[in-house]
Design a protein around this ligand. Sequence first.
Ligand code: PEP
Length: 250
Amino acid sequence: MSRTPIIAGNWKMFKTVSEATAFVSEVKGKAEVAGVETVVCAPFTALPALVEAVKGTSIKIGAQNMHYEDNGAFTGEISGVFLKDLGVDFVIIGHSERRQYFAETDETVNKKTHAAFKHGLTPIVCVGEKLEEREAGKTDEVNRVQTTAALAGLTAEQAAEVVIAYEPIWAIGTGKSSTATDANDAIKAIRSVVEGLFGAEVAGKVRIQYGGSVKPNNVAEYMGESDIDGALVGGASLEPASFIALVEGA
Ligand code: PEP
């Protein structure tokens, strides 16, 4: 089954509005490769300008988080209503930095995943193990629990649309990447979890990215693996030349 590869940049807390639009001017027409979906996940403040800047290109814009309620007394939060209103297409949910620093749980990840679909946003749901969990041989178990919780209650159609980002926490922003074969094995195990939940057809459709110190010089290695459908990239997505090379490498 052929799945469209997806390269998504996660800018984290980097780039002002002018830096963000200057980035798009540089990557336009270059980080656009037939058969590869390209997404930039930016800080909330840059989203309106970015949505405008990518008009007429194939580049899609994503947020890095959302609240699961539509409206309410949640000071400082942004809901799917607002993201959809801006014209945003994707949203990262449950990034390990949010699980670690902002108390996101499997339960809130699941609520946010449902809320994303409610508002026509494609969720990029992050799962992945800590170093001590990997060393204890628990990688597949951690991914199984997180994936099962995140996808709970979705319809088969929704589950097929989710993008899962397998991001071993010890590899994020550390320069230590998982080997391509290890990442592929973990991703195959995640795909079989999806199969157990939703059946072989959905498992064959769902796109699962690898994330963790992906760079222009190693992206092709990951993309050469059977089950890796793209990458979620932090540091190396910030520079236009590097981002273009990542998309070309996919
Ligand atoms: C990320 O932020 O999701 C990530 C994988 O970061 P980096 O590419 O910098 O490891």
